[in-house]
Design a protein around this ligand. Structure first.
Ligand code: MRU
Length: 365
């Protein structure tokens, strides 16, 4: 996507073909800062500290992290240790494990001296495939937006509510939930996005809003608690969110607060769609609430907020008494029954075992 007239992806190989460059997402929307990663540990830190975040992007970063690690050691034992280090960085988004396991399947059968070059090739393929996948998600989601636009008889924009950031910053490019929005805007269909701020880390306020400003797409930021009210008053035509892990039966684990939006959407007959690449489906998990590990992050993310003051200095300030404890589950699970449909790179399907199997028959029974 374009940033100040220049095309960017969220991760790319540096000019020397060895280092990897990322956008430090902890600095947005205030600073656009590119960082170079040279060691596996740099990639691991970038994922843990959420300089990069979003399920597909942390998978791509881990794939390149293995490349960086292989520059130092390429034996199978070192490779297994590096894989474990990366997979352990964040527990919920399954793309992290998916990407690392895909790299291992490619690398382990090779002699050690061939692994480095093969790793860069495979990481590059993961990134290219992610871009193509998200473009396909955009095309399938566009059909839903178009349908809604015709139902509205072209009266006013199609109002889409999204939660967290599932735009291009969460993937290699285009995004998942925002890919249909970008596709609709490119076709001249008027869209307007309701952007949940997404406490505690405010990915909606700092990342989704920033993306939409850069793309010139009309939007409003809203406090997380405002979505239900807007739905009751007919101001939301569709919800589209991303997901960090989807079960084989269609339960969806996404940023904390997604579940409450799905409940409000159901109560108000607002279609609730989830956009995802096939790599986000965990075919080994069937009951999302019982089986998906939910990342617990530090209490300081709830007790403090980051913002820019009038002198353009970025500061973090407390918003609660120093003695108040806080809990910070980073994701929740929306049961499949609340999801209208899954928008994948292969088409739109019901959020159910049969729906997913119809699009991914190779996953067997
Ligand atoms: O904690 P984050 O910022 O990594 O969480 C990201 C989300 O929850 C996104 O909605 C999800 O990864 C889908 S991104 C295409």
């Amino acid at each position: 996507m374009q940033v100040n007239g220049q095309a960017y992806r969220s991760i790319w190989l540096a000019a020397d073909g060895m280092g990897v460059e990322i956008i430090d997402q902890t600095q947005l929307p205030f600073r656009f800062q590119v960082l170079r990663l040279d060691r596996l540990e740099d990639a691991a830190e970038a994922i843990s500290r959420m300089l990069v975040r979003g399920a597909p992007l942390i998978g791509a970063t881990a794939a390149y992290g293995l490349c960086l690690g292989l520059r130092r050691a390429a034996d199978s034992q070192a490779l297994a240790e590096m894989a474990n280090r990366l997979i352990g960085c964040r527990p919920t988004a399954v793309n992290l494990r998916w990407a690392v396991e895909r790299m291992l399947r490619c690398l382990l059968p090779l002699p050690a001296e061939q692994r480095l070059a093969a790793a860069y090739r495979e990481a590059g393929r993961i990134c290219e495939e992610d871009v193509a996948t998200n473009q396909a998600i955009g095309r399938h989601g566009l059909a839903l937006i178009k349908k809604r636009w015709h139902e509205k008889q072209a009266q006013g924009p199609v109002n889409i509510l999204t939660h967290c950031n599932a735009g291009w910053l969460a993937t290699v490019d285009w995004g998942t939930a925002l890919a249909p929005v970008y596709a609709a805007a490119a076709e001249g269909i008027p869209v307007h996005v309701w952007v949940d701020e997404t406490r505690p880390r405010n990915q909606g306020a700092s990342l989704t809003a920033w993306e939409l400003v850069a793309a010139g797409i009309p939007h409003h930021l809203l406090a997380d608690n405002a979505g239900g009210h807007l739905m009751q008053h007919g101001q939301v035509d569709l919800c589209i969110v991303g997901t960090d892990r989807t079960t084989a039966s269609g339960d969806v684990c996404n940023k904390i607060g997604t579940y409450l939006k799905a409940l409000a959407a159901r109560d108000n007959d607002v279609p609730f769609y989830v956009a995802l690449p096939g790599s986000t489906v965990d075919w080994t998990v069937h009951d999302g609430v019982a089986e998906i590990p939910i990342e617990e992050r530090g209490a300081e993310e709830v007790l403090r907020v980051q913002g820019e003051d009038e002198n353009k200095t970025v500061r973090t300030v407390a918003i609660a008494p120093a003695a108040t404890p806080a809990v910070n589950p980073a994701f929740d699970v929306t049961p499949a029954r609340l999801v209208t449909g899954l928008i994948t790179e292969r088409g739109v399907c019901p959020a159910s075992r049969d729906g997913l199997r119809s699009l991914y028959p190779e996953q067997g029974q």
